[in-house]
Design a protein around this ligand. Structure first.
Ligand SMILES: [Zn+2]
Length: 174
C-alpha cells in the first residue's frame, strides 16, 4: 500500500469508528470493529497476537508491557485484521514476537512485508498525520526540541520513540 493510501485508510478507519481525536481511543476502535481484547501473560518475547475466524477477531496483548506499548500492539493487531486477515472460515493466527519501530521501511531487510505494513498502519492509527500536524500547530511546537517530541508523545499516549519514528516517517523531522 502506498504511503498516501495508508494514511487515508487509517484516517477513514478512525472517522468511521468515531475515534478521530487526541488521544486516539484505540480500544474503542477495536471494539467498534468487533474485535475482542484480552491482556495475557505472553512471556518476554511476545507483544501480542491476533486470532481471526470467519471475519471475527480476538486480540491478545502482553499484560506485563507498559501501557503505551500495549496501545501500539493493539493498533498493530488492528492493522493485521484490516489489511491481512482473510474472510475465511479457516482460523488464522498472527503472532508478534516484538513490535519494532522502524525508521526506514525499505532498509529493514528480512522483515516480513506484512509486519512493516502493520507497524506503519498501526502508527498511523495512533498518530494520524492530520492530528499530529494539528497538535504541533496548536501548541506551537518546535520539533528540533526533544521536549516538544516528548510532549507530543504524551498527548497521543505513545512512547517518545514511537512518536520520534512517526515524525521521521512523515518527513516532519529535519
Ligand atoms: Zn505483526
Amino acid at each position: 500500500m502506498s504511503r498516501e493510501s495508508l494514511e487515508a485508510r487509517a484516517e477513514k478507519t478512525l472517522r468511521d469508528t468515531d475515534a478521530y481525536r487526541v488521544p486516539v481511543a484505540i480500544e474503542a476502535v477495536a471494539r467498534r470493529l468487533n474485535l475482542t481484547m484480552e491482556a495475557a501473560a505472553l512471556g518476554e518475547n511476545v507483544s501480542g497476537m491476533l486470532v481471526v475466524k470467519g471475519g471475527r477477531g480476538a486480540i491478545g496483548y502482553n499484560s506485563a508491557h507498559a501501557r503505551v506499548r500495549q496501545r501500539f500492539t493493539i493498533s498493530h493487531e488492528i492493522a493485521h485484521y484490516l489489511l491481512h486477515a482473510k474472510k475465511s472460515e479457516k482460523a488464522q493466527l498472527f503472532i508478534d514476537r516484538h513490535v519494532a519501530f522502524r525508521r526506514d521501511e525499505k532498509s529493514s531487510t528480512g522483515v516480513d512485508h506484512d509486519e512493516v505494513e502493520a507497524n506503519q498502519f498501526g502508527a498511523a492509527l495512533l498518530m494520524p498525520r492530520g492530528l499530529v500536524q494539528q497538535e504541533i500547530q496548536r501548541h506551537d511546537l518546535n520539533l528540533d526540541d526533544e521536549e516538544a517530541i516528548s510532549l507530543l508523545a504524551k498527548r497521543f499516549h505513545v512512547s517518545t520513540a514511537a512518536m520520534s519514528n512517526r515524525l521521521a516517517n512523515l518527513r516532519m523531522l529535519r
